[in-house]
Write a protein that binds this ligand. Structure first.
Ligand code: FAD
Length: 537
């Protein structure tokens, strides 16, 4: 059925279904949708291509499972109408918001009996970002891409403070996790930089929440994996946007020295500090391994291979200093002062200078390059872990120098963050130490690649890494978590589980929302069969 046919069919049947709802007949989701029961200003589609496009994700690890329909909302009220209908229907069918589908394990899926709300590709009517320069914030639609938030705020010389490495992610999608990058050590994750939200709860109510209003919902939704409501608007705090970025990479052969320098850098919060601190592990230099950046280009004066590492693993510290054109003289001095405190391999300094917007949007260039070689739409068995500082060197020995061997099939990021920049009241889960590291194994599986690049090999390696951490009692927490059983979810949330469960009972009592996370079973339908442990990762 094309869109026009769908619309007229919906109109024709609208009166009938209103009657059905009014008299409270017990109709299932498929009946409700077939007769177009829900009156929205946007539109529903059941077109096969639309169903197919929302049934897979960036991870490409699961067999696509098509939902009943896709809603393209044009307002929060459209989302609320759908959720109210789902909540009121006999079988309480699932409704999952989908941002840009960049999840790895089907987290934005709704299952065969559900409806996906396509937040990103809104039809006309979805609100544009609204910048308030006097108040230093921007109001954005939950499905807005961060790259568009950046473009809009830059028109006012402003920008959000905390980022992700990649900007083609949605505001609602990253705020449901945390949203982290090299600025998090100072500004905290993106969820620490939100002033207010509008949320459609699992009962279909549109609720405004903030530090002052509906506080429990506000903190619960941030990092809440979509469990308590669909974010339709977020108010994000802004700062004056820098114009340029000095981007520096230096190498280490000693993990100890590398992490000491990283930890030193994230302890600095005054005027004289780097603005972004990340790092990665270098095992070999293939395109797949270094897709995150074209930084080490052939034009670079120093080849990585010329830096002696005695054949072992190298570590790269990545730092930036933001500045305005008018400060271009002082930036050199500031960088010099800061660099003098670091203990990297002296011949290994790689520097570049670029516009702020080009730095923030750097991963998109890599995406285009990988797409041109058909290396983007491949399975991504990613594993993201928060590792406590006290055990990071055990992790290095056991994983980087142990389980991984000398092939990684993708970049491995490693950088520390300060726990006091995370609001404990949010639903995001981090290790119980003041400093913890993100370790992100961002792997791509290649069908025709070497054995070490095959999906099954990489999934098995992820399993071994998690097993190693468990045996060595390294209390890691998964970021962008994926767990197979209720017990694992309870262990993941730890002290926060009880609150998480209670918020679910209050704001999504029929377990309608974000069922693709597989945290709670839908009480009236067994939508997703429990995973066998071998199916995880
Ligand atoms: P989706 O994958 O579509 O959704 C994710 C979850 O959020 C689902 O459960 C969904 O139901 C829910 N959800 C989506 N929208 C809403 C909403 N409006 N309200 C409530 N719930 C909602 N993350 C980082 O923190 N830092 C990074 O540097 C980073 N880099 C990345 C680079 C790449 C190339 C990729 C593919 C991912 C990266 N991520 C990073 C991970 C990213 O944060 C997650 O994929 C996240 O899920 C956001 O993606 P999305 O907007 O496509 O959301």
């Amino acid at each position: 059925m094309n869109r026009e046919m769908t619309s007229s069919f919906l109109l024709m049947t609208f009166a009938i279904c209103k009657l059905i709802i009014a008299v409270g007949l017990n109709v299932g989701p498929s009946e409700l949708l077939r007769i177009g029961a829900i009156d929205v200003d946007g539109h529903f589609t059941v077109h096969p291509s639309a169903l197919a496009s929302v049934s897979s994700d960036f991870g490409m690890l699961r067999s696509p499972e098509e939902p009943l329909a896709v809603l393209h909302p044009s307002s929060a009220e459209d989302v609320a109408r759908l959720v109210r209908t789902a909540y009121g229907s006999a079988t309480a069918f699932p409704v999952s918001a989908r941002g840009h589908g960049h999840s790895i394990n089907g987290q934005a899926a709704a299952g065969r009996n559900g409806v996906v709300v396509e937040m990103n590709h809104g039809v006309t009517g979805t609100p544009e970002p609204l910048v308030r320069p006097d108040e230093m914030y921007v109001d954005v639609w939950g499905g807005e891409l961060w790259v568009d938030v950046l473009k809009k705020t830059l028109e006012y010389g402003l920008a959000p403070k905390s980022w992700t490495d990649y900007l083609y992610l949605t505001v609602g999608g990253t705020l449901s996790n945390a949203g982290i990058s090299g600025q998090a050590f100072h500004h905290g994750p993106q969820i620490s930089n939100v002033l207010e939200l509008d949320v459609v709860t699992g009962k279909g109510e549109v609720m405004r929440c903030s530090e002052e209003e509906n506080t429990r919902l506000f903190h619960g939704v941030l990092g809440g994996l979509g469990q308590f409501g669909i974010i339709t608007r977020a108010r994000i705090s802004l700062e004056p946007a820098p114009q340029r970025v000095r981007w520096i990479r230096v190498l280490y052969s000693s993990f100890k020295v590398f992490t000491e320098d990283q930890e030193y850098l994230i302890s600095m919060h005054g005027q004289l500090k780097f603005d972004y601190v990340e790092g990665f592990v270098i095992v070999d230099e293939g395109l797949v391994n270094n897709w995150r950046s074209s930084f080490f280009s052939p034009r670079n004066p120093v080849k990585i291979s010329s830096v002696s590492s005695n054949g072992s693993v190298l570590y790269c510290l990545e730092i930036t200093k933001n500045y305005h054109d008018s400060d271009s003289e002082t930036v050199d001095q500031e960088v010099d002062i800061l660099m003098k405190k670091l203990n990297f391999i002296p011949t290994s300094v790689f520097t570049t200078d670029l516009q702020y917007v080009d730095f923030l949007d750097r991963v998109h260039k890599a995406e285009l390059k990988l797409r041109s070689k058909n290396l983007w739409e491949v399975p991504h068995p990613w594993l993201n872990l928060f590792v406590p500082k006290s055990r990071i060197s055990d992790f290095d020995k056991g994983v980087f120098k142990g389980i991984l061997g000398n092939k990684t099939s993708g970049p491995i990021l490693i950088y520390p963050m300060n726990k006091d920049k995370w609001d404990e009241r949010s639903s995001a889960v981090t290790p119980d130490e003041e400093v913890f590291y993100l370790v992100a194994l961002l792997r791509s599986a290649l069908k025709d690649g070497e054995e070490t690049q095959k999906l099954e090999y990489l999934k098995d390696q992820n399993r071994r890494i998690l097993e190693f951490c468990e045996q060595a009692k390294i209390n890691v927490k998964q970021y962008l978590p994926h767990h197979a059983t209720q017990e694992e979810w309870e262990a993941h949330f730890g002290d926060k589980w009880d609150r998480f469960r209670r918020l679910k009972a209050e704001f999504d009592p029929r377990h309608i929302l974000a069922t693709g996370q597989r945290i709670f079973q839908n009480p009236s339908l067994s939508l997703f069969p429990p995973l066998s442990s071998s199916a995880s990762w």
